[in-house]
Unconditional design. Structure first.
Length: 246
């Protein structure tokens, strides 16, 4: 059994999240549908799914996008753990009956994210700062949540920065998974995005250098909880029971 990680480009991978999942004993299966890797048709051999960010629009008419949304829907309906990041957040919302729309421009760079009351009490985010500075890089956002979902966090420009549905399906619009080198690669890859937000690549790198220590600390704490969330229930409870006996 494996945790399937769906990556959508060479520069938008699982990064820090993938490393923490591996270090916590997850067996990772990375899929790149943008270069022809097939999306699994069913959940055989799958423990959990992570859908990462990517440069694609969440409403592009691509065959693999429909296949990915179908897999995400199957996983949620089977009560498997599912996590969407940025593009993955948007695709997951669409898959479960929500809608996405374009922002007025782009939200990119380092901006504040605020946890809402539901987020402050949520097992994934509980104990995190109520306000934190996070990396953003998106033109689309979740306009309507899937039925029954709840908003966990917001930013000034994006009302839905994190959401959940049920106990094991989560989505995050911002980018806690990124390393400083990831941000630099995005700056080089999308110079027009930097022009839109009035920054040079060097200015973004300097901002990232200043923000990275705290962002790393918060992301590590968050993803250690994600590693527990994505763990099969039998292994999770076995680990908790083992801890109680020591």
């Amino acid at each position: 059994m494996s945790t399937v990680i769906i990556e959508h480009s060479a520069v938008t991978g699982s990064d820090r999240l993938g490393v923490i999942l591996r270090d916590h004993g997850h067996r990772l299966q990375v899929i790149r549908p943008d270069i022809g890797d097939p999306i699994p048709a069913d959940l055989d051999g799958i423990d959990a799914i992570v859908s990462c960010g990517g440069p694609q629009s969440p409403v592009e008419k691509l065959e693999w996008i429909d296949a990915e949304m179908d897999l995400l829907r199957q996983a949620h309906e089977a009560a498997l753990p599912v996590l969407g990041l940025c593009l993955g957040c948007e695709l997951l919302a669409r898959a479960l009956g929500g809608t996405v729309d374009q922002l007025d421009g782009v939200e990119a760079g380092w901006h504040e994210v605020a946890l809402l009351p539901a987020g402050r009490e949520d097992p994934l985010f509980a104990g995190m700062p109520w306000w934190s500075t996070q990396l953003h890089w998106h033109r689309y956002h979740v306009a309507e949540l899937p039925p029954g979902a709840r908003v966990l966090a917001k930013s000034e420009r994006t009302p839905v920065q994190a959401w959940s549905l049920g106990m094991r399906t989560y989505a995050i619009q911002f980018h806690p998974e990124t390393y400083a080198d990831t941000v630099a690669a995005w700056a080089d890859d999308e110079p027009n995005t930097l022009k839109e937000i009035g920054l040079t690549a060097d200015q973004l790198r300097e901002q990232t250098r200043k923000q990275d220590p705290e962002a790393t600390r918060l992301a590590t704490r968050l993803f250690e909880r994600v590693a527990l969330l994505l763990m099969p229930l039998d292994r999770r409870y076995a680990g908790i029971a083992k801890g109680l006996h020591h």
